[in-house]
Write a protein that binds this ligand. Structure first.
Ligand SMILES: Nc1ncnc2c1ncn2[C@@H]1O[C@H](COP(=O)(O)OP(=O)(O)O)[C@@H](O)[C@H]1O
Ligand SMILES: [Mg+2]
Length: 339
């Protein structure tokens, strides 16, 4: 077994590992990225040549990648640069029997991940801008109430009458304002996406609460949110973004007409024939979110392009065409699909 076996692609890192996951051979790209010669790499585990510290969970990566699965990992930081690699591993047979070696191929997906991250952020800023507009409007209404009750209280006070009721109103309205500000802050601050067990019903309800503040009175929101636990393993901001985007698309489709938006959330069990083959997800239990609007819908030509980043039929200033691209990215990340 020797290094010349490899194709020296300028992108993929290739290594042959022995049964103990020690490097037997590497291609030129590995020496480039690690800054070590092929001889220096030989006999080491890959985490030893790519990271300064030799422990943490890197050995885990080695083991997982050697079992023939696919894994992304970051913090591979030769000379301070952080990179993300997608790793594939193929067991090889040698004179000692089956699986005595493995070929490990790591593809640098740093640029792809960075681009995805950028699109995600751009879209979130767009959403925040829109929500902020609605919230400012709501906030103004609350201020009007606070001012009104405060003025009544002042007039009553000078007449020597009790003002407890008015003060209660002022307090309640101020709490609503604080809650509103809290929502937008939580949403804009949640920069780092962290997956955790999440009750979809709660996130959807919170997103709808926010959306109500930007809805014109001509649009009804009808909700049907399952009472049972709709637990997913996801990051709340991403799910929030999905709901907001699907609903704002619906709102835009309805326009200034009278109309309605229906939002449904429930658990479903999908068999293999119900899961689209292209989705590449396993059949089983799913949480299904349905958003339906009374708008004009779209033609086939539009439908074929809706997931393209920057595809939009919205007028200037209305949308950037990122919404559904980001939405699909999020849903796929959580092993789901859109239909
Ligand atoms: N509910 C809907 N009804 C009709 N057309 C829609 C709907 N949702 C999305 N679309 C179409 O898909 C396009 C892309 O949507 P999206 O990615 O969210 O970008 P944007 O909302 O910024 O235009 C929209 O411009 C519109 O043409
Ligand atoms: Mg949109």
């Amino acid at each position: 077994m020797n290094g010349q076996l490899f194709v020296n692609t300028d992108r993929d890192l290739m290594m042959v590992l022995d049964a103990d996951h020690r490097i037997m051979a590497v291609n030129d790209r590995v020496t480039e990225v690690s800054g070590l010669s092929a001889e220096e790499c030989t006999g080491h585990c890959c985490y030893e040549i790519f990271t300064e510290q030799q422990e943490t969970d890197s050995p885990g990566f080695t083991l997982r990648s050697c079992s023939g699965g696919e894994v992304s990992f970051s913090d591979l930081a030769p000379r301070g640069r952080e990179k993300t690699f997608q790793v594939d591993s193929v067991p090889l047979s040698g004179p000692e029997g089956r699986n005595s070696y493995s070929l490990c191929i790591a593809r640098d997906v740093t640029d792809v991940r960075n681009m995805e991250e950028k699109i995600f952020r751009t879209h979130r800023m767009e959403t925040i801008g829109m929500l902020a507009g609605g919230i400012a409007h709501d906030f103004n209404n609350i201020l009007t109430a606070i001012l009104g009750f405060a003025e009544i209280a002042r007039a009553k006070l000078s007449a020597g009458r009790p003002v407890t009721e008015e003060l209660d109103e002022v307090i309640a309205a101020s709490r609503r304002a604080a809650d509103l500000v809290g929502q937008i802050l939580r949403y804009s601050r949640a920069g780092d996406q962290q997956k955790k067990p999440l009750r979809m019903d709660l996130v959807v309800k919170e997103a709808l609460k926010m959306l109500r503040s930007i809805l014109p009175a001509t649009i009804d929101i009808l909700t049907d949110i399952a009472r049972e636990e709709t637990l997913v393993f996801a990051d709340p901001t991403s799910i929030h973004q999905v709901v907001v985007n699907l609903c704002t698309n619906g709102l835009r489709a309805i326009g200034t007409e009278k109309g309605s938006l229906q939002v449904r959330l429930g658990k479903v069990f999908l068999s293999s024939s119900q899961v689209p083959a292209a989705a590449n997800v396993a059949p089983g239990p799913f949480v299904e979110l349905t958003v339906r609007d009374s708008g004009k819908g779209m033609d086939k030509k539009t439908m074929a392009r809706i997931f393209e980043p920057y595809f939009t039929t919205g007028k200037q200033g209305e949308g950037t065409g990122l919404g559904l691209a980001v939405t699909r990215g999020i849903v796929q990340k959580y092993n789901g699909f859109i239909r």
